[in-house]
Every structure is written in structure tokens, then in C-alpha cells.
Design a protein around this ligand. Structure first.
Ligand code: NAD
Ligand code: 4TP
Length: 341
């Protein structure tokens, strides 16, 4: 990658103003002499961030800029902020629908900056999903919103959610849907598409030449030969056969999901693809909630985020751990600096 590309900042979104997202960005920036960070620019509201920094008793220079190119020339201890045309209220722990505008505008502006080649990756701070829904937000989460923002000619890429704790990675085939819906949304095509995206991005974005991919079953004991459900026989095995025959992608599975994430099995794979959200996310959050990273695969841009949510009760206290946010920033940096993570 070119030097000029490396110097482009990483776009950080504001996240839910009532939550810990803004705090973590400020805490990390205030500590950057001890724990260095790549260049970054926050998309949000400078006045709000100044108020939150004061509340957290962080000694920080926050500077509103109008062009991203200005970020690179600032003193290294000044946090650059691009205004997004909406403001946020500094009321930690108190959700306010009125803040939905700044939350979504921040994501939109950050994506536009990456797609416009002004920033090199986006790191999103947590959003409060139900607060956004109440304000009319139509996407289940960032993952689906980002795919829509990256669409072209009315076609959106198929986003794939991957949670990672160091080298342990897990992907859910179905994402933000009710458990009841999983049964109708789990199809051969969806599994094939998910594994293909994972295989491609592990090669291209993580530098893993021959990704080792495990795929779980849906039912207890991967169906116990059909005695505990037949989705393994009718959906998952045909999908794995198609991956091998049509795309030359080899996988192991269906693996019983309760043992697939045992450390000695999980460590034999670069990723384990599971059938639904909690099957994949529980193991990652259980082994490393403090340092897990959420990466969206399948997009034309690099996007990472911490693995936790808004933790409203910790907002404004300074007690939230910034480690997962730090790992998200450093993974985005690594993925865009060297093409490998
Ligand atoms: N990337 C995202 O935008 C994202 C990710 C997960 C959840 N969420 C959203 O966050 C909201 C709250 O979700 P939740 O309560 O299930 O999960 P949560 O991650 O906000 O909180 C779960 C528990 O972990 C603690 N916690 C979370 N982050 C912490 C940190 N950095 N340091 C110390 N403790 C921390 C919380 O205090 C709480 O006890 C929901 O609206 C959910 O949709 C957003
Ligand atoms: N399911 C994710 C998690 O628990 O970490 C989270 O809700 C984030 O999803 P988005 O990145 O799509 O907002």
C-alpha cells in the first residue's frame, strides 16, 4: 500500500451519545502518548465531545475541522472532529430519540469519507438499536446499514458479521433476526454465500492463503443423524457440498455447535461459521469480551467495532474499559496498512 494511503486517518463514528462510545474514543485519545493510535478523525459534534471530555476530566484539545485533509496537519495531541450537521445532548445514560440524527449522520459521513478515499477505514462506536428504531431507523444494526450505504445501482453487498478475539473468529450465517425466523431464513444459498464471503475476505483482508473453515450444525449434536432435526441433512450438508464442488472451498462440518468452540477444536480453524447470532457471538464474548472486535466482511470498505454495546450505566463515569475499542482501531489500522491482520 502507498505511503499516502497509510497516512489517511481512520474514521471514528460518534456512537450513541447516552452510551460509552464517545467516552472510549476520548479516553483512548487522551492516553495516546502512552498507548499510540493511528491518525483518526471523529465524525460527530465537537461541542458535545468537549462537554463529555470535561465531564470525564480529560485534558484534551478538540478541534472542529471542515476538511479531512486538515486532520493530518494538526498537532498530534489534538482530536479532529468533522461536524455532521446534527448535534448531540450530553446526558449520559439517558436515551433521547432526538440524538438519532447525529448517530446516523455520523455513520453516513464516515462511510462517505472512506468510499471517497479520504479515510482508510471506519471504526464504529456502539449504537443503541432500539432507540434508533423508535426514531424510524430501518436497519437491524450497523452491519445491514453499512451494506446499504455501500450499495451501487440499487444493489447492496452481502454483509457478513465476524466477531474475533485474537485468532479465534466466529461468523453467524443469520444475524439480527428472531430465533423463530432462523428456520425460514437458513438456506443453502445463504450458507454458501456467507462462507464464500468469509473465504474471500480472510484471504484478501487478513492474508490467510488457505482459510480453514469449520461450519456448525443448527440442532443439538448436529442433528444426531436426523433424530434431533434435519437441517443438517437438508440444508447444511448440501451447502458444504456445493462449496466444494462449485467453488473448490473445503470446509469441515456440520460440527456440533456445543463442542466446535472448545479451544482445541476452535484453534484448528481460522473461522467457525455458525447458523445464528448467539451460536457465534457467545463464544467470542465469553472468552474475550474485553478485547473482542466485530468486523464486517463483504463490504468494499474496512469496518471494525468493539464487541460490546452502549453500556448506558457506565457512560460519563470513566469506568468503561476502552480495550475493545482500542483493539477495533488497531485491527482496522493493521488491515489497511498491510492487507493482513
Ligand atoms: N456495535 C454496536 O453498535 C453494538 C454491539 C452490541 C450491542 N449494541 C447495543 O447496545 C445496547 C446495550 O446492549 P447490551 O446491554 O446487551 O450490551 P452491552 O455490551 O452494552 O452491556 C453488557 C454488559 O457489559 C458491560 N459493558 C459493556 N461494555 C463495557 C466496557 N467497555 N467496559 C466495561 N463494561 C462494559 C455493561 O455494563 C453490561 O453489564 C443495545 O441497544 C444493543 O443493541 C450495539
Ligand atoms: N450483534 C452485535 C454484537 O452483539 O456485537 C451487535 O449488535 C453489533 O451489530 P452491528 O455491528 O450490526 O451494529
Amino acid at each position: 500500500m502507498q505511503m499516502a494511503q497509510i497516512k489517511k486517518p481512520i474514521a471514528i463514528t460518534l456512537g450513541e451519545p447516552a452510551g460509552i462510545g464517545p467516552d472510549l474514543t476520548l479516553q483512548l485519545f487522551a492516553n495516546k502518548q502512552k498507548k499510540p493510535l493511528p491518525h483518526m478523525v471523529v465524525f460527530g459534534d465537537a461541542a458535545f465531545l468537549s462537554a463529555r471530555a470535561e465531564r470525564l476530566q480529560l485534558d484534551l484539545d478538540i478541534c472542529q475541522i471542515s476538511n479531512i485533509s486538515e486532520a493530518v496537519d494538526l498537532e498530534s495531541d489534538t482530536l479532529p472532529v468533522i461536524e455532521v450537521g446534527a448535534t448531540a445532548t450530553d446526558a449520559p445514560g439517558f436515551l433521547d430519540r432526538e440524538n438519532a440524527g447525529v448517530v446516523t449522520s455520523s455513520i453516513e459521513a464516515a462511510v462517505a469519507a472512506v468510499r471517497g478515499d479520504e479515510c482508510r477505514a471506519i471504526v464504529t462506536a456502539p449504537i443503541h438499536k432500539s432507540n434508533l428504531y423508535e426514531a424510524g431507523f430501518k436497519y437491524p444494526g450497523h452491519t445491514e446499514f453499512l451494506a446499504a450505504l455501500c450499495g451501487e445501482n440499487g444493489v447492496s453487498p452481502r454483509p457478513v458479521m465476524m466477531l474475533a478475539h485474537k485468532e479465534k473468529r466466529a461468523i453467524p450465517v443469520t444475524i439480527h433476526i428472531s430465533l423463530k425466523e432462523v428456520f425460514s431464513r437458513l438456506t443453502v444459498g445463504r450458507i454458501v454465500e456467507t462462507v464464500r464471503v468469509a473465504h474471500h475476505d480472510l484471504q484478501q483482508k487478513f492474508g490467510i492463503a488457505a482459510p480453514r473453515i469449520g461450519v456448525t450444525g443448527l440442532n443439538p449434536h448436529a442433528g444426531e443423524d436426523g433424530a434431533m432435526g434435519d437441517e443438517e441433512e437438508t440444508i447444511i450438508k448440501p451447502a458444504l457440498a456445493e462449496l466444494k464442488e462449485r467453488f473448490d472451498i473445503r470446509t469441515d462440518g456440520p460440527l456440533p455447535a456445543d463442542t466446535a468452540f472448545a479451544p482445541h477444536i476452535w484453534s484448528g480453524y481460522d473461522v467457525i461459521v455458525a447458523m445464528y447470532h448467539d451460536q457465534a457471538l457467545i463464544p467470542v464474548k465469553a472468552i474475550g469480551f474485553d478485547a473482542g472486535v466485530n468486523v464486517t466482511l463483504g463490504l468494499p470498505i474496512v469496518r471494525t467495532s468493539p464487541d460490546h454495546g452502549t453500556a448506558l450505566s457506565l457512560a460519563g463515569t470513566g469506568d468503561a474499559s476502552p480495550t475493545s475499542m482500542y483493539e477495533a482501531i488497531m485491527l482496522a489500522d493493521k488491515m489497511t496498512n498491510k492487507g493482513a491482520a
